[in-house]
Design a protein around this ligand. Structure first.
Ligand SMILES: C[S@@+](CC[C@H](N)C(=O)[O-])C[C@H]1O[C@@H](n2cnc3c(N)ncnc32)[C@H](O)[C@@H]1O
Length: 328
């Protein structure tokens, strides 16, 4: 069996983990993921790499814990839900499995603090990343942070614009990604179809469009899920779900050891699309083929085993995250 492995945070069977190091509600505890792609080459990465890179939980310090007053919501968001290096590895491997070459140019739609684009330019000196986001404040926060972190030569290959993913053209690229479910903001079929069609036009001939998605029966349940992280607690709040329209209202809150909180640090008013709907829309948008990567089960724990394989049959579990790779 051909396997592509990638590191990816994900905990199966609970939406409390849905905000993986990437998105609202993704699991962050477990960081390894192995992807089965269409090549026969087995590419291995250290499954614990991401976990090691994440700051370890620190023991209580007299004055050292975070508080609401001393915390920055964008920083907490990045610590809670993003695993950019692992995702870049993943996209490399899937792209290579399809095209037998590595990608060089990347467009990150809904780029926010553009940490994923930043990981892209770090990955290889030939890489360029183009990030697009509407919100000038999140772009400004990201620009300051990325400038501190990147070498001058990598920073020159990072191109971020304030723009609308439905209309900003920019360079045609090898890979377009819309991660952390950001495209769920398009609640109507016609709106999402318009976005998928436009994203397709931004790809080169052999380009690949990557999406992530989440679901499971807990996603439809109005509840809070908590995860303890480095000196703070991340809370994924499913405040409202409308079974008729499929719309869901989620918030991210952060809670601190001194009992202070940042309530509604981020709010997502969007539609919980199903994979079947997404794959049909990708066909309608003109994509030649889309492939779903579904996580296997760790039979000892009943949770996810970090191994994502090409699949056409999933399981009706409590919470899941999957990826879709759509070929132009
Ligand atoms: C859930 S955040 C995702 C941020 C980042 N991609 C991540 O993985 O964490 C969604 C982002 O999409 C941006 N956004 C929403 N609608 C947009 C649009 N039409 N065009 C560009 N950006 C948009 C918001 O400003 C916000 O930064």
């Amino acid at each position: 069996m051909s396997v592509i492995e990638m590191n990816h945070p994900r905990v199966k069977n609970s939406t409390s983990t849905l905000l993986r190091a990437k998105a609202p509600g993704k699991g962050a505890a477990k960081v390894a993921a192995n992807l089965a792609a269409k090549t026969l080459a087995k590419v291995s990465v250290n499954a614990l790499q991401k976990l090691k890179k994440k700051p370890a939980a620190k023991p209580a310090r007299k004055n050292g814990w975070r508080t609401a007053a001393t915390s920055d919501r964008h920083e907490l968001y990045e610590l809670s839900v993003q695993t950019p290096t692992e995702e870049v590895d993943f996209m490399d491997k899937v792209f290579k499995s399809i095209n037998n070459r590595l990608p060089a140019t990347f467009r990150e739609d809904f780029c926010g603090t553009h940490i994923l684009s930043s990981a892209w330019v770090i990955q290889r000196p030939s890489n360029h990343a183009y990030g697009v986001d509407l919100d000038p404040s999140v772009l400004a926060w990201g620009a300051a942070r990325r400038k501190q972190q990147l070498s001058p030569s990598a920073h020159k290959r990072l191109h971020i614009v304030q723009g609308n993913v439905l209309s900003h053209k920019g360079e045609p690229v090898d890979v377009v990604a819309a991660f952390n479910f950001s495209y769920y903001i398009f609640k109507k079929r016609a709106e999402l179809l318009r976005y998928f069609k436009f994203a397709r036009t931004r790809l080169k001939k052999d380009g690949v469009f990557f999406l992530d998605c989440y679901g499971g029966y807990e996603s439809f349940s109005e509840q809070n899920e908590e995860r303890n992280l480095d000196g703070f607690t991340y809370i994924w709040d499913t405040a409202k779900y409308n079974p008729i329209s499929g719309e869901v209202l989620n918030h991210i809150h952060f809670k601190f050891p001194d009992s202070t909180q940042i309530r509604k640090a981020f709010t997502y008013d969007w539609r919980l699309w199903t994979i079947a709907e997404l794959q049909e829309l990708l066909v309608d948008a003109g994509f030649a083929r889309s492939t779903v990567y579904w996580e296997g089960t760790d039979h000892a724990t009943g949770g996810g085993n970090g191994i994502f394989r090409k699949a056409t049959q999933g399981e009706a579990c409590a919470g899941w995250i999957a990826y879709i790779a759509a070929e132009k």
